[in-house]
Design a binder for this molecule. Structure first.
Ligand SMILES: Cc1cc2nc3c(=O)[nH]c(=O)nc-3n(C[C@H](O)[C@H](O)[C@H](O)COP(=O)(O)O)c2cc1C
Ligand SMILES: [Fe+2]
Ligand SMILES: [Fe+2]
Length: 401
């Protein structure tokens, strides 16, 4: 296990986990993931971020090839979530650092996870910097991007931004840099997946932070998950993608999510999909049972419209649809056109409930929900098709605007 020099005097010492499938316990990571940590060799040697608990062996083993871990003077903890700070206790014990730097809000999460230790902790705020000899580390708090304690570290002499969770992607690979990965579509898909499942609620903060990042003189962004963006082209590309993802401008594509017991609502979903497609809006149907909620969110990244279907089950909606919508609500997607439908037997509450849930997410609902009694007949399917057509017309109008 070797460290990887990413710049002169700066090394990657992270952990690659090809088996990681359940990022943070709720988001699928089909391509595995990495927890990246970095160290800087200077008069004061600095470790920036750590790895999950139990993975400290790989960090220390890599580091030891270049620098005796006991020679680490400072540790910077940009964010206290346990994929970055889980190994902190073991690392502190081993390295015995002279100083540990965290953000102001990091003091609380540090105490919350590790208790009140006699560690040499120093709180820093935006604009504070430390000198390590030949280098400077400038801190920039990025509160709520995505925890109160989150911050990033900028090393101007190296034109390097260590961006913690921002700009990360769940990719396990022997490639450390985007330009070594040679699979642009997979890379972009994993950026969308990460953004739409972790960063999305903080889109307004992203839009405030990007101009701050753009003012920095950088030619490398080293995030704490996945591949490092090396060179101006890769840096510009990720910043551009983040801006697009955070802006959530309407995209002319739709997502139809449903669940069904006896296939009536499923049949309706396909009719809604046809109504969309045949009116100029490409669409995809996803079963809430067959697709994980995080896969559904990733798909939403490309869709300006979202249509939900559920039969009425015990006077309410089916649990997979409920779970998907609860998850989606928390991620606060903006600027979508919505619609609702479902089959029922006697009371038929589900479509109206769905309509209400989507409206509560501030989706524009241009049509009444479509209900079909028992098995949908020709007229019911026509109504579903018309629902798709109305949503398509509304979305196309938005895309033109
Ligand atoms: C366990 C169960 C509970 C149901 N509860 C309700 C209900 O509370 N109100 C209602 O209108 N229909 C209810 N239904 C009837 C279904 O909504 C109806 O069969 C519908 O056509 C199923 O659509 P699907 O084929 O998409 O599953 C229930 C059906 C089942 C199997
Ligand atoms: Fe995090
Ligand atoms: Fe993370």
């Amino acid at each position: 296990m070797q460290p990887v020099a990413i710049k002169e005097d700066i090394y990657w010492v992270g952990n690659v986990d090809y088996d990681h499938r359940d990022f943070h316990g709720y988001s699928r990571s089909p391509a595995g993931s990495t927890s990246n940590a970095y160290f800087l060799v200077d008069e004061k040697n600095v470790l920036l971020d750590t790895v999950p608990s139990g993975r400290e062996g790989s960090l220390l083993c890599r580091m030891a090839k270049t620098l005796d871990p006991e020679k680490i003077d400072y540790i910077v903890c940009n964010h206290m979530e346990l994929d970055h700070a889980g190994a902190l206790e073991a690392i502190v014990e081993r390295c015995k650092p002279e100083k540990i730097f965290v953000s102001q809000a990091g003091l609380k999460s540090l105490a919350g996870y590790f208790g009140n230790r006699d560690w040499p902790v120093h709180a820093v705020k935006s604009g504070d910097s430390i000198s390590t000899g030949k280098h400077t580390i400038v801190f920039q708090e990025t509160r709520m991007l995505h925890w109160p304690d989150s911050m990033v570290s900028y090393i101007p002499e190296k034109k390097l931004l260590i961006s913690n969770d921002i700009f990360g992607q769940n990719i396990a690979s022997s490639a450390r840099f985007v330009d070594d990965f040679n699979n642009d579509s997979e890379y972009e898909q994993r950026i969308k997946e990460y953004f739409y499942n972790i960063v999305l609620p903080y889109s307004p903060m992203v839009l405030k932070t990007l101009p701050v990042v753009e003012k920095l003189d950088i030619d490398m962004i080293a995030p704490d998950h996945g591949l490092i963006q090396r060179g101006e082209k890769a840096v510009r590309h990720i910043i551009g993608m983040y801006r697009t993802l955070a802006e959530q401008k309407p995209a002319q594509r739709a997502l139809v999510v449903y669940d069904s017991m006896w296939q009536s609502t499923r049949t309706m979903a396909y009719a809604v999909c046809s109504g969309l497609e045949e009116n100029g809006v490409p669409a995809r149907v996803m079963s809430a049972k067959l697709n994980h909620h995080s896969e559904i969110m990733t798909e939403l990244a490309d869709c300006g419209a979202f249509v939900a279907g559920s039969p009425t089950h015990n006077n309410t909606i089916l649990p997979y649809v409920a779970s998907c919508l609860t998850y989606m609500k928390g991620l606060r997607p903006q600027n979508r056109v919505g619609g609702a439908f479902g089959s029922y037997g006697w009371s038929g509450e589900a479509p109206a409930s769905l309509q209400e849930m989507l409206a509560a997410m501030k989706m524009e609902m241009p049509a009444q929900p479509v209900k079909a009694n028992w098995r949908p007949g020709k007229d019911d399917l026509k109504a579903c098709h018309a629902l798709g057509a109305t949503i398509a017309a509304t979305l196309k109008e938005r895309c033109r605007g």
